[in-house]
Design a binder for this molecule. Structure first.
Ligand code: CA
Length: 224
């Protein structure tokens, strides 16, 4: 599940990001409302963690804008003040949940999880290519009738590839989206994980889905 965290305080954002990543979420971070609106328009997130106090357009403004556009992404509002009228304003603006600061990180994680699940109920949660299927809520993967056990990282790799079917995914974009690194660690990390994933999803099946594009990256597609 992919979460967008919108928080301008870098320490808080980093703290939240690490906690959610430790639970297996993919996490993107934005420091202001305009970037958040652009990110939500570009990427299908499962939930939005939105701080109210932001530079420029504040969290409530971002939320109103999203709902005006008809975007139903589940939103958890964060607020330093925790005043009742702000909470009411947030819920009126279309927030799904509200958490005052300071919060206990375990509670935040639990609420994000509940929210992302709830969002999943209203849209299809299964990514599919040929007879390969991945449920983004239960994390269950299947090739035909065969259940595939994945580690957290393999899951994220497969999810990323399945969200970009028939598209060549470069090593660097895989490193960014699956490992959340913004630098190339200079190892064969990606190749090792792709090999493991390929063994799990392609070995024993005649039609191969995970293909290497030499020197560039990988593509998940049905053979031509
Ligand atoms: Ca803030």
């Amino acid at each position: 599940m992919r979460i967008l965290v919108v928080e301008d305080e870098k320490k808080t954002a980093s703290f939240i990001r690490k906690a959610l990543q430790a639970e297996g979420f993919a996490v993107d971070v934005c420091g202001n409302g305009e970037d958040a609106l652009a990110a939500v328009a570009a990427t299908p997130f499962d939930a939005l963690l939105l701080d109210i106090m932001l530079p420029g357009r504040d969290g409530l403004g971002v939320l109103s804008q999203l709902r005006e556009r008809g975007n139903k992404i589940p939103v958890l509002l964060l607020s330093a003040r925790g005043e009742v009228n702000e909470r009411v304003a947030g819920l009126n603006a279309g927030a799904d949940d509200y958490l005052p600061k300071p919060f206990v990180i375990a509670e935040l994680v639990a609420r994000v999880r509940a929210l992302a699940r709830r969002g999943g109920e209203t849209k299809s949660t299964v990514l599919q290519l040929a007879n390969l299927a991945l449920d983004t809520v239960t994390h269950e993967a299947r090739r035909g009738e065969t259940k595939i056990e994945l580690t957290v990282r393999e899951y994220r790799l497969l999810e990323f590839l399945l969200r970009n079917p028939n598209r060549i995914c470069g090593r660097m974009s895989i490193i960014e989206k699956v490992w959340d690194y913004d630098f190339d660690p200079g190892t064969n990390l990606v190749d090792v994980y792709v090999r493991r994933l390929r063994e799990k999803i392609d070995d024993g099946f005649e039609a191969k889905l995970l293909h290497t594009v030499r020197g560039i990256g990988y593509v998940l597609k049905e053979a031509p």
